[in-house]
Design a protein around this ligand. Structure first.
Ligand code: ATP
Length: 198
């Protein structure tokens, strides 16, 4: 089985995430995509993030009508900072040898890979499926010589139009009292309105 894994803070989940997951599923013919919200993201340690219960509730709402999208609380339930390599290797252990894992990420995250825990082990455990993101160029990765040769074996670049939505922009709009209706799935907009989550 081909399984997509989509990690992130999802603070909140937005239409960019939904589109990225759909595009990866369709292009790679994935049986399912598992959304894995982070507990404490180690590269965002200085940015306060919303309570896991809110982030999780919004993911549940966003994926409720798509049976091929699932949610994993592996990182939320694991104490300490969340590392993708731990999540992927935990998952790998539970799968059949013929199952293939595809870790989906935006180019902004791909460029951070050299700073992740054990990047070389990570790219041996799964394919990386990278989706373009406004403002990021893959040329910036070329400096990471030691990773490049190994990356080339596991990297799948999806040639998709950029999607100009970020959770940062949504949080900014909420703080200003501006509308976020077109940026998040409708049930997520309702959740934000009714709980006053920010
Ligand atoms: P923030 O603005 O708070 O940093 P974000 O919008 O980047 O949040 P995350 O939850 O951090 O959202 O992202 C999870 C994953 O989704 C990352 O790999 C990120 O690159 C990817 N992603 C998010 N939005 C987009 C987008 N518009 N286009 C492509 N990839 C995206």
């Amino acid at each position: 089985m081909k399984i997509g894994i989509f990690g992130g803070t999802f603070d909140p989940i937005h239409n960019g995430h939904m589109k990225v997951a759909e595009v990866a599923r369709a292009q790679l013919d994935l049986a399912k995509v598992i959304f894995v919200p982070t507990g404490q993201p180690c590269l965002k340690a200085d940015t306060p993030i919303s309570l896991a219960e809110h982030r999780v509730a919004m993911i549940r709402l966003a994926i409720a009508d798509r049976p091929y999208f699932e949610l994993s609380l592996a990182e939320i339930n694991r104490p300490g900072p969340s590392y993708t390599v731990d999540t992927i290797s935990e998952l790998r252990d539970k799968l059949y040898i013929e199952d293939e894992l595809f870790f989906i990420l935006g180019w902004d995250s791909l460029l951070q890979i050299p700073r992740w825990k054990e990047p070389t082990r990570l790219i041996k455990l799964c394919y990386l499926v990278a989706v373009p993101r406004p403002g990021y160029k893959l040329l910036d990765l070329k400096g990471q010589k030691e990773l490049i040769s190994e990356l080339s074996l596991s990297l799948i670049l999806l040639d998709e139009p950029e999607i100009n939505i970020s959770a940062t922009e949504i949080r900014k709009r909420l703080a200003q009292g501006s509308s976020i209706r077109r940026l998040v799935p409708a049930p997520v907009a309702e959740y934000i309105k009714s709980t006053g989550f920010t």
